[in-house]
Design a protein around this ligand. Sequence first.
Ligand SMILES: NC(=O)c1ccc[n+]([C@@H]2O[C@H](COP(=O)([O-])OP(=O)(O)OC[C@H]3O[C@@H](n4cnc5c(N)ncnc54)[C@H](O)[C@@H]3O)[C@@H](O)[C@H]2O)c1
Ligand SMILES: [Zn+2]
Length: 365
Amino acid sequence: MHIVHVDLPGRAYAIHIGAGLVNRAGALLAERCSAERATIITDDNVGPLYGDPLAESIELAGFEATILGVPAGDASKSLEIAGQLYDELADGRHARDEPIIALGGGMVGDLAGFVAATWHRGVPFVQVPTTLEADIDAAVGGKTALNHAVGKNLIGAFHQPVLVCTDIACLETLADRDYRAGLAESVKHAVVADAEFLAWQERNLDAILSRQPDVLAELIRRNCAIKAAIVASDERETSCAIVGRAALNFGHTIGHAIEAACGYELRHGEAVALGMMVEMDLAVRLSALGDVERRRVEELLARLQLPHQLPKGTDTADIVARLDADKKVTGGTPRFVLPAGLGEVRWSSPPSPDILDSLARVITP
Ligand SMILES: NC(=O)c1ccc[n+]([C@@H]2O[C@H](COP(=O)([O-])OP(=O)(O)OC[C@H]3O[C@@H](n4cnc5c(N)ncnc54)[C@H](O)[C@@H]3O)[C@@H](O)[C@H]2O)c1
Ligand SMILES: [Zn+2]
């Protein structure tokens, strides 16, 4: 088993990574929390698979466990569903020392995390991620969020978990498309922070795609270590001069706009892969990324079978218009984090014609 520490003053926590951790989550929780009850929030795909084993582990450790289910899909990251969960917590008289446990992918983590951040102004929160996206990104770093009609993740709070239990065995049931979408975030981490990790992914590509357990555990460990270090240096993304936590937005400024323009039919990681393609094109022209590096990352994305072209007829003007709804717009110009080489990023505010050009280059001819 691997352990990655997230070193935040007063809120430090450990990410445990290994096979079978759903069954050990109760014992790990009991080391950190002495409440009598715990509430598990999950979705209707994950609940039937892992809800009972997790509840059993929690009960064996001496807690009374309750499972609350929500419909699967990003539409559940809403104020309406959060409201239903508050009602259920109120009915069960969930007290302020009782932990809320997110069992699921990034959707459940963001929703349950937001509820944990706000119920009684904050109750202990535990992440038990079950998708690769959540294992390597969403479950690490304390960002919680709900979507608003105007844009994704516009409502949110920072609320660090007290514990993360990443059971790699849960990935056995994850659909191939969801698994591959998660790998986009792994490429992102390598590009923004660790060129050697990019080479490691290239070398281990077959084992990654076949979900070989040792390689999977190491992939998750390295991603968590990169994200934990970035989060520890700039927990609330407040650095302005240095890039800090905003480095993790590489691929996401365009990616979120693509996601919205496609009516959320793409997986988050698929939109991020496309976003990275467009932003690397901008980076070659406006930042210091070399064409050789760009092509190397593009090839890795293609070998991971991630989408690397926007469909013919994509309305690029619509995508640029949607950038304005993004939270990172300052003074009317969208701000991008662009790679300046492998493992290095810098701020850039590309003019709209350049963004349109880069989008056009990524459209299927
Ligand atoms: N807070 C953050 O820092 C952060 C970072 C990245 C992404 N996110 C958010 O995460 C969400 C995307 O996360 P996701 O890609 O995990 O999507 P998801 O949570 O919607 O999961 C994808 C699908 O897989 C199913 N599933 C989950 N685990 C499974 C398993 N082990 N076996 C079978 N099916 C399983 C889910 O029910 C769902 O249908 C987005 O809302 C995104 O905004 C948040
Ligand atoms: Zn992401």
